[in-house]
Write a protein that binds this ligand. Structure first.
Ligand code: GLU
Length: 290
């Protein structure tokens, strides 16, 4: 049996905090306990927010925690061609369409729909795409693309679900309501998700699925905030013929007010804690690790 392969996949859009430390240490220790490997991936597709300075800080903070990972590190912005190839496959299956509305136009459409009743939201609480770009006449779609109008490439969720059929994933951790074991994937809850934009030729959902496959990841250990996203990941894995890792979603480290930590919560940033004299051992104890 080849050894299991784990990964820690932070975004380089800020400094790491206690929540990242928890996730990284769980990955590191699970890999060690099972004779496996730990890979690191820098998720930096958002060129407006990700910075080399944050990436350097990630290496420093993980090293300080005593975590060791294999090199080379996979940096997503070096691999846009891989994501492009996956988009081409989805397009060839007729599963993508461009939508041209701005954020403000989408917000106005949602408001109009909500005036008529409840408009569904995705598991993160974001309203589903309310536009009609899927049924735009071909010539009009071509005209807009030729004009250079900005667009987002969306997955035709109904069509994708017809291709994939029923899906489930193996959960070794649990979801927010204790879901565990074989969990039924419900990708339709996300609507026609964006898989790429004109200027960023990928998205979180697409790149995470491609990279987990290319890196040979067998075990995805990550925060429970991504539990329901796994449905979209299973769908894309199925359509793109990619292997399915096993998932373990772990509980989130929260602040004193019970809210999920964010990269701007300075009080729990690893650099701040280190500057205040805290040791890596004390960080472990703080987040409840033995
Ligand atoms: N890059 C994501 C984050 O920092 C994690 C992605 C994943 O583990 O699937 O939240």
């Amino acid at each position: 049996m080849p050894p299991p392969v784990f990964r820690f996949a932070p975004s380089s859009n800020g400094f790491l905090h206690l929540g990242h430390a928890y996730s990284a240490l769980l990955n590191f220790e699970s890999a060690r306990a099972r004779g496996g490997r730990l890979l690191l991936r820098i998720e930096d597709i958002d060129a407006t927010r990700c910075r080399a300075e944050f990436e350097a800080a990630i290496y420093e903070d993980l090293g300080w925690l005593g975590i060791a990972w294999e090199t080379p590190v996979r940096r997503q912005s070096d691999h846009f061609a891989d994501y492009r190839a996956a988009l081409d496959r989805l397009a060839a299956l007729g599963l993508l369409y461009p939508s041209f509305e701005s954020r403000a136009e989408i917000a106005a459409l949602v408001k109009a729909r909500e005036a008529d009743g409840v408009w569904p939201r995705d598991p993160d609480g974001v309203p589903l795409y309310p536009g009609a770009a899927k049924s735009l006449p071909d010539e009009e779609r071509e005209r807009r693309l030729r004009s250079g109008a900005p667009f987002a490439l969306r997955l035709d969720m109904d069509a994708a679900c017809r291709v994939a059929g029923d899906l489930a994933w193996t959960e070794r951790g649990c979801g927010p309501d204790g879901e565990t074991g074989d969990v039924v994937a419900r990708p339709k809850a996300w609507g026609d998700v964006i898989l790429a934009r004109k200027d960023t030729p990928t998205s979180y959902h697409l790149s995470v699925v491609i990279d987990d496959a290319l890196q040979g990841i067998t075990d995805v250990v990550r925060g429970q905030d991504l539990f329901w996203s796994t449905a979209v990941h299973r769908l894309l894995q199925n359509i793109l013929d990619l292997p399915r890792p096993v998932y373990r979603h772990h509980d989130l480290i929260c602040d004193g007010a019970g809210k999920k930590l964010s990269k701007s919560s300075e009080a729990t940033g690893l650099r701040e804690l280190r500057a205040r004299g805290m040791t890596a051992e004390e960080v472990r104890r703080l987040i409840g690790l033995p």
